[in-house]
Design a protein around this ligand. Structure first.
Ligand code: ADP
Ligand code: ZN
Length: 595
């Protein structure tokens, strides 16, 4: 048991090897440690686990951690043990021997954290287990599962309320990455949380670089992304199962270690792909959205979407799997106008007021918009912010090929909308502007308009695209059942030349490095870094753990920068706690002494 004088900061350094708490961690840790309930909302990778793991060390007894995914429980227990924290789990996947061992450990009273599935907690055998331990706190992970308003409601989670009656004096913490106000209130109510702090972290992920690129020659485009991430882990999301298979074959032919993953594969096969990806035996997974739940791999360096996802919620969640270790991760979204139609077909053409259709539109508007991506995401999720230039998206990096004639082009498009009395849709407007002689145009006499053919030197798809950009920029809007285009008050300012929209050309963009990307390699001896990775690989194989669990990429880069040649220097590396030093220190030290 830690001495009364041991502080949270001491333990953070001793076990995790971190010098500072992330925002809101300290507050949540203090509440639980002092016996108060708490509700924590942080994005994936925000650092929620520490908020209950650390209080578990500071309080007497064993903490119960309820988590819905067995694979994640196993990873967390392995990772805690590797940090020198006694933890165990009880779930349906244990062998009788493992189960016996877990029970024995618990009886001895030195286990600090016990991970359980909700089914186990509610099973008839649970009171017996609970009777043998002194419960220090209860942590409910993925707490949004208690709410019917959430996207992942689970019946068993509702029943967790009974824990409150069983252990009335024990503090409870609820943790989730996805929760609207409604879900938040529901969590407090369903779990009967007592008067508690609510800690809501920012959902911005500054280390993710967002790029949105029009899809043309996808094969070449993917090549370019992969070339920027040689030997680094990444996920390529596809809309259809067929596409995941197709790209896996194509990329494998280029010598990339890649496998496809989708819900149509047998369970065994899926498990194997996931496991091999986590253990770096596979570099890239081409996947449908079925992939990712239950993956805690921290060193994912790129996430590609080969088509537009069906909502920004999906996009945020899928890209959120990248860069958990805080190092940069590139998120590239390739899209084309066809994606919207494809989704509508898949979703059976939802009517305009259907939430699925509204989400699709918000997603499409994000794709054609030329505003800061980080900001657009925060705005969509209603997070107040005053972000101007994030420095980590294609827009803010100035990568988009902007159209110098934007004002004139916009005026031509908007005045064409005015000429047809705001009674036609985007496709028709583009036809007029590019001088089409389609029957409908001739019948309406629109070939006689002054705006007919005034953009004929541009392809229709480009004009169509600019129109979309004017819509997402708020200069034009879709109205009524037939999506006719109307002019907004800001659109009128453009006609008067008082405001200039930003338009981008359908030209290839030049990729630039972000500040964080440059800094993350600053002062690093790359040759040494590769050697360090090899050492980590062999240590990982020896202990049967995934490499990123032995040391994160962030720790390795810190080592490659500081070349620690003594115990003290080594303990000063980001993410190196005492146990890690004991277990792995020597292997690295020898390398640095050689250097
Ligand atoms: P979440 O459960 O919120 O998705 P995790 O608890 O898995 O996030 O944490 C994500 C990563 O951030 C982990 O690798 C974790 O070790 C790291 N981390 C957590 N807290 C800190 C901290 N204070 N300083 C540095 N890294 C941290
Ligand atoms: Zn930006």
């Amino acid at each position: 048991m830690p001495k009364a004088t041991t502080t949270a900061e001491d333990l953070l350094k001793k076990h995790w090897g971190y010098k500072k708490f992330r925002p809101l961690q300290k507050e949540a840790v203090t509440d639980l440690t002092e016996g108060r309930d708490t509700l924590v909302l942080m994005p994936t990778g925000g650092g929620k686990s520490l908020c209950f793991q650390l209080p578990a060390l500071l309080r007497e007894g064993t903490a119960l951690v309820i988590s819905p995914l067995i694979s994640l429980m196993k990873d967390q227990v392995d990772s805690l043990n590797d940090m020198g924290i006694p933890a165990t789990r009880i779930d349906s996947s244990l062998t009788p021997a493992e189960y016996g061992e877990a029970r024995n450990g618990l009886r001895k009273g030195n286990i600090k954290l016990l991970y359980l599935s909700p089914e186990k907690v509610l099973s008839p055998g649970f009171p017996e287990i609970a009777g043998e331990i002194n419960i220090s706190l209860i942590a409910i992970d993925e707490a949004h599962c208690v709410s019917m308003w959430g996207h992942d409601f689970r019946q068993e989670y509702r029943k967790l309320k009974s824990l409150r009656k069983m252990f009335p004096g024990v503090p409870m913490g609820a943790f989730t990455a996805t929760a609207t106000l409604q879900v938040r209130e529901d969590i407090s109510k369903q779990l009967s949380l007592k008067k508690h702090g609510e800690y809501i972290g920012s959902f911005d992920r500054p280390n993710l670089t967002y790029r949105v690129i029009r899809r043309n020659k996808l094969e070449t485009q993917l090549d370019e992304v992969l070339n920027r991430h040689k030997k680094e882990s990444g996920i390529i999301y596809c809309i259809s199962r067929k596409d995941t298979e197709k790209w896996a074959v194509k990329l494998a032919a280029r010598g990339i270690r890649v496998k496809a993953y989708h819900a149509g594969l047998p369970d065994e096969k899926r498990k194997k792909v996931q496991e091999n990806f986590i253990r770096d035996k596979i570099q890239v997974v081409t996947a449908t959205i079925a992939f990712g739940m239950g993956i805690d791999k921290s060193n994912i360096r790129f996430v590609v979407h080969t088509g537009m996802p069906k909502s920004l919620e999906n996009y945020q969640q899928e890209t959120g799997r990248g860069g958990r270790d805080g190092l940069p991760c590139e998120c590239v979204l390739f899209h084309s106008g066809q994606d919207l139609m494809l989704w509508r077909r898949i979703l059976d053409n939802p009517p305009a007021d259907n939430p699925a259709e509204q989400k699709l539109r918000a997603m499409a508007s994000y794709c054609s918009s030329v505003a800061c991506r980080h900001r657009a995401l925060l705005d969509y999720f209603h997070e107040p912010n005053n972000m101007k230039e994030c420095g980590a998206c294609d827009v803010c990096l100035g990568e988009l090929p902007t159209e110098p004639e934007a004002l004139i082009i916009s005026q031509k498009i908007i005045s064409c909308v005015a000429r047809v009395q705001e009674r036609f849709g985007g496709e028709y407007i583009a036809q007029i502007l590019t001088g089409s002689k389609q029957q409908r145009i001739l019948e309406n006499g629109h070939d006689a308009l002054s705006t007919w053919g005034i953009l004929e030197e541009h392809p229709k798809t480009e004009v169509r695209n600019w129109t979309e950009q004017l819509i997402s920029g708020g200069y034009l809007e879709r109205r009524g059942e037939f999506n006719v285009l109307g002019i907004t008050p800001t659109g009128r300012l453009v006609l008067r030349g008082e405001e200039t929209p930003l338009l981008i050309k359908a030209k290839k963009q030049t990729i630039k490095a972000t500040k964080l990307e440059l800094e993350s390699w600053d002062g690093i001896d790359e040759e040494l870094y590769i050697k360090l990775k090899e050492v980590r690989r062999s240590l990982a194989d020896q202990s049967g753990l995934p490499a990123f669990m032995v040391f994160s990429d962030a720790s390795l880069r810190d080592m490659a920068r500081k070349k620690p040649a003594s115990r003290d220097a080594f303990l000063n590396i980001h993410g190196v706690g005492e146990k890690k030093w004991e277990k792995y220190g020597e292997a690295f030290l020898n390398l640095f002494l050689d250097y």
